[in-house]
Design a protein around this ligand. Structure first.
Ligand SMILES: Cc1cc2nc3c(=O)[nH]c(=O)nc-3n(C[C@H](O)[C@H](O)[C@H](O)COP(=O)(O)O)c2cc1C
Length: 475
């Protein structure tokens, strides 16, 4: 089922008890801290309203897609499946999805209100300080920066963090390899500013797709249409012609001047690994117009602890990469701390099979900052940290089953890179490969586990259902 708007998604989430409304929170501390406290509890999404100094109805929605359950809800997948089952369904959906171009419509709720000229004021919208040490208010944490490639004419969307720099300026931190920057640079090289639109709040699938990275030249709009099962309705903005979702909440339209002409100091910002690492001069959007629907909802997906991110796309990519590389019998791929620790479960077929999977996983393109790679046998649930730790603690002889690789690439968000290495542009750290599978050559003699079989567990669970419900849920 395709949601037309963020509000429609909130209503669907309410129906399955996944929303908590909060009134009267302050933007300086309450919103950010409550968002983190809710995430720690794997809690519902939070919809904040009634901020002092802002019109009632100007809302902030945080953690909309943070849990596996809400990911499933957004993607139209069954709720409450085992995470690996969901991963498999998501993988199938991605593989079979047929790209659908966006549909251009003449009008939409996003055009209900407009500011332009001297009236432009992005500070009129409630924007939290997500963490106390942040250098400013970040309106862009769950945004979509939209630019058109001047040579090939396709439209790219990416989620890049955006900090308010005044009434008519928002700065964005866009990494060098990101398509949004590559496209902006094409305009800058021609001495022009890049026309841009930025969406702060829309239905979840389009946003999640914007935060994925299809190959350069493929518009995220088409993939969003595929995953929604219906094209995204867009309006073309008057000044730039850029398409934005007709049901978007809040949109700025303007231009990104060449960085040689204007930048602003961006950051620090509490980043997804849980640290402050990056601050510096970054590109700005000069806002020419602001469009917003009545009672707009600004979407927020700030980095939080525990680091968790329920967009499984990277695990699917890694699984596909392993299979493309000839690694057979993979039974699951998962990650903890947003994949900083990656686990591959497999059925060992030959000597060296698990090591081959480890080497292949550690060399994967999406591996920046991802340091720990673990292989486990197929009897271990890779989505269950306790089971993974059990395998690590009982099947790994550290003297023989662990390898360390030096000088592998990482990101400048990595707090382990020393100031000297940073200065030298040497953004590298090691990788640890941990083979927590039973040693292949004597796996049949490895001590048997005392784990109950699935049949035994099912039998007892059925017989003792009432008692077990009384005892509560398994962690
Ligand atoms: C919540 C969230 C915040 C993100 N923040 C940034 C950011 O500040 N800068 C950046 O370069 N990428 C950021 N990313 C990653 C990009 O959105 C992602 O790599 C996306 O695929 C980029 O699109 P592109 O490949 O079209 O450039 C973020 C992703 C998410 C999910």
């Amino acid at each position: 089922m395709a949601y037309s708007s963020l509000d429609a998604f909130i209503k669907a989430a309410e129906a399955v008890d996944e929303v908590q409304h909060v009134e009267g929170a302050d933007l300086e501390l309450d919103v950010g801290c409550l968002t983190e406290l809710a995430a720690e509890r794997n809690g519902p999404m939070l919809v904040f309203d009634k901020f002092a100094g802002y019109p009632d109805g100007f809302r902030v929605a945080a953690n909309a897609n943070r849990t596996i359950r809400r990911f499933a809800l957004a993607m139209g997948l069954p709720l409450d499946l085992h995470p690996l089952e969901l991963l498999r369904l998501w993988r199938d959906k991605r593989t079979s999805a047929v790209p659908l171009s966006a549909t251009v419509v003449k009008d939409g709720p996003v055009l209900e209100n407009m500011m332009q000229g001297n009236d432009v004021d992005i500070e009129k919208f409630p924007t939290p300080r997500w963490h106390t040490g942040d250098g400013g208010r970040y309106i862009g944490t769950q945004d979509m920066v939209i630019v058109r490639d001047p040579e090939q004419s396709w439209v790219n969307m990416g989620c890049y963090r955006g900090m308010i720099q005044g009434r008519d300026r928002v700065s964005f931190w866009i990494n060098p390899q990101k398509h949004g920057r590559i496209i902006a640079q094409k305009y800058w090289r021609a001495g022009k500013a890049a026309p841009v639109a930025v969406v702060f709040g829309c239905e979840p699938v389009t946003w999640m797709t914007a935060s994925m990275s299809p190959p350069f030249g493929i518009s995220e709009y088409e993939l969003a249409g595929a995953y929604r099962g219906a094209p995204v309705d867009v309006v073309e903005l008057p000044l730039t012609g850029l398409p934005v979702p007709a049901e978007a909440e809040l949109v700025i339209e303007g231009e990104i001047p060449p960085e040689s002409e204007e930048t602003a100091i961006e950051g620090p910002f509490g980043e997804w690994p849980g640290y402050y690492t990056h601050q510096g001069p970054e590109a700005v959007v000069r806002i020419k117009r602001i469009y917003y629907r009545d009672n707009p909802i600004i979407a927020g997906a700030p980095p939080l602890r525990p680091i968790g991110w329920s967009n499984f796309t990277n695990y699917v990519h890694l699984w596909e990469h392993l299979e493309r590389s000839g690694i057979t019998d993979v039974t699951g791929v998962w990650g903890f701390n947003n994949g900083l620790l990656t686990v591959v479960a497999l059925r060992q077929r030959y000597a060296g099979h698990a090591k081959q999977a480890l080497i292949t996983a550690a060399g994967f393109r999406h591996g920046d900052m991802k340091t720990y790679y673990v292989t486990v046998d197929e009897d271990i649930d890779p989505t269950h940290l306790d089971e993974v730790l059990w395998a690590m603690c009982t099947r790994v002889d550290p003297a023989t089953a662990v390898d360390v690789i030096r000088d592998a690439w990482t990101a400048d968000l990595d707090p382990r890179v020393s100031p000297a290495k940073r200065e030298a542009g040497d953004l590298t750290v090691g990788r640890m490969l941990i083979n927590a599978c039973r040693p292949f050559s004597w796996r049949d003699q490895f001590a048997k586990t005392n784990v109950f079989s699935a049949e035994e567990r099912n039998k007892v669970q059925t017989k003792w259902r009432d008692l077990l419900e009384h005892l509560g849920k398994k962690n």
